[in-house]
Unconditional design. Structure first.
Length: 276
């Protein structure tokens, strides 16, 4: 299996892909747009994309989800353990500047504060590790993954420096072809969809009433503006259950009556860590 990810080798996205899909071929992309483009053009390619983080919230890929409308095959809740990486032989007392992605720095803010370290924002975690490795400067360190330490020959000076020791990022596996698991009443599923409401009073209230009446549990509802306007919004919605479940079917039929556009992004097995 080929899996594209945003960043360079050693990123958390690549680490998640390798852990969940043993033997997969990982392909680095400079941007999220490039990931979506590659997966949209080739049905043999999957994209692994960070969707949200338990500590810092949404990553910000919603517009690309709407634009490309790739099918979601799976979700993975991946433990994010941040590590302080330095050039071989350096000590924490030597470090002045720490480099990483803005979210990694934010998620490790207490450690940085307690050690009087200066946070420096860069594009990604693995890129920060590569930068520190290339400088060979003992006063610089990066916050990145264990995989990054191995790739860029850096020492792990301190492990698990994140503020929340149960820090999790939710990753989505997406691709071009439509696929959904067969319905099994003993399994837990998530149905994901996009919708745009008709322009009328109380449209959202009316649209969501079907979920309440049918006993369907909404587990995510997020709005974002349609391109080039603030007067029209799309909603990204996730429902607890399989689309073949009668209460989900009835809820979506009711929702469709109030929509100008509705698109099912996928049905997939709920990650076991969702309950924790």
């Amino acid at each position: 299996m080929k899996i594209v990810y945003q960043g360079i080798p050693g990123s958390y996205s690549e680490s998640c892909a390798k852990e969940n899909y043993s033997g997969c071929e990982t392909i680095a992309c400079k941007t999220f747009d490039e990931c979506f483009d590659k997966a949209s053009q080739d049905s043999s390619i999957r994209a692994i994309l960070p969707e949200s983080n338990k500590t810092t919230g949404n990553i910000g890929i919603e517009y690309l989800v709407f634009k490309h409308r790739l099918n979601i095959y799976a979700e993975h809740f991946y433990q994010i353990n941040h590590n302080l990486l330095g050039v071989p032989g350096s000590k924490i007392a030597d470090i002045k500047d720490v480099y990483s992605h803005a979210q990694a720095l934010s998620q490790s803010s207490e450690f940085l504060k307690n050690n009087n370290l200066i946070a420096n924002v860069r594009a990604d975690t693995a890129g920060s590790a590569k930068y520190v490795s290339e400088t060979k400067d003992k006063s610089k360190a990066a916050i990145a993954s264990v995989l990054s330490s191995k790739i860029y020959n850096l020492d792990i000076m301190r492990s698990n420096i994140q503020d929340d020791k149960k820090n999790m990022t939710r990753f989505l596996i997406m691709g071009k072809d439509i696929f959904q698991p067969e319905y099994d009443n003993n399994m837990k599923y998530v149905t994901s969809l996009l919708f745009k409401l008709k322009s009328k009073p109380a449209a959202l209230y009316s649209a969501l009433s079907g979920f309440a009446l049918n006993g369907a549990n909404l587990i995510k509802l997020q709005s974002f503006p349609e391109k080039n306007t603030f007067s029209s919004y799309f909603f990204l919605c996730e429902v607890d259950g399989h689309i073949e479940n009668k209460k989900i079917q009835n809820s979506l039929e009711e929702l469709g009556l109030h929509c100008d556009d509705m698109h099912v992004l996928g049905v997939f097995n709920a990650d076991k860590l969702r309950e924790k």
